[in-house]
Design a binder for this molecule. Sequence first.
Ligand code: NDP
Ligand code: DGY
Length: 328
Amino acid sequence: MMSAQQMLKVYVTRRIPQEGMKLLQKAGICNLSVWDSDEPVPRAELLKGVAGAHGLLCLLSDKIDAEVLDAAGPNLKVISTLSVGFDHLAIDEIKKRGIRVGYTPDVLTDATAELTVALLLTTCRRLPEGVEEVKNGGWSTWKPLWLCSYGLSGSTVGVIGLGRIGLAIARRLKPFGVKRLLYTGRQPKPQAQEVDGEYVPLDTLVRESDFVVVSCSLTPDTQGLCDKTFFSKMKKTSVFINTSRGAVVNQEDLFGALSSGQIAAAGLDVTTPEPLPTDHPLLSLKNCVVLPHIGSATYSTRGVMSELTANNLLAGLTGSEMPSELKL
Ligand code: NDP
Ligand code: DGY
């Protein structure tokens, strides 16, 4: 056991699942300071709370930039984020300061792929509209031309970013009778063989797909990738799904494409900003389904994510190998 003076200060920016908290408490090396709320820590509190910390456990909603790193000061050895996405971290600044980073790949792949499939089916088969019609009395009888939509059988699906989650989505979609599975990325992937994936230029994917699914990471190259030009190439009957990050999409251009009938529908689990204001134009559209960033939100996944985040943090504090360290 460490003495009170030897204990390492760890700042935790939110209430997290107890599995992870228990690990941090039991380790006996951390002096924990927690923003004990389900709501984000205000910036001023974060800057104050992180001062002198050796470890920082953060969330995707915390922007960890030079200001936060300066506020933390030279003790900071490790940042462990409760997410696989790390676009909220100023990697160059972190690297410059020799700080290690832990993240949560793999453990949320299945949950996120499952949610993506659920969102795709919900969007393309117009489930929210159907549910609404049942409730508001719009369901008068069985009608041959009512609430028809586009299904997956015989379709072409295009996945932008066939990474861990992209591949898991493709695996789940294939059994629905998908005819062609196209994908783009920085290079072809040997694992694409498993889903008969065809590596194609982005332009081909956008023009030929009935379903475009975005599962890439947010980088300077992918920021704003799905813009007016992108949507103008999509088929009028096609459905757009994004479960990566909101900033990959130009939302004004998406609104234009949806309201003009340039594309059939869109399903988004991620937006800019988050939360999306309740008066946002996208929310006025029947052909747009928006979810509150719940890709990884199963009890077990969040529990395992919190354990991994805690173990990454503890390894960073003790200078040992992390279960999942981000290569900087
Ligand atoms: P991976 O790193 O395994 O996959 C990311 C993929 O993005 C890679 O295949 C990469 O391709 C691709 N990519 C990068 N740049 C480009 C580009 N310019 N054009 C096309 N593809 C590109 O990460 P995961 O699959 O584990 O996670 C992906 C993302 O999903 C996360 O970064 C996060 O933002 C998001 N996410 C969202 C969740 C939610 O709740 N909605 C839950 C979990 C994750 P290449 O290998 O060729 O570089
Ligand atoms: C991530 O991990 O990046 C997701 O967006 C939330 O699980």
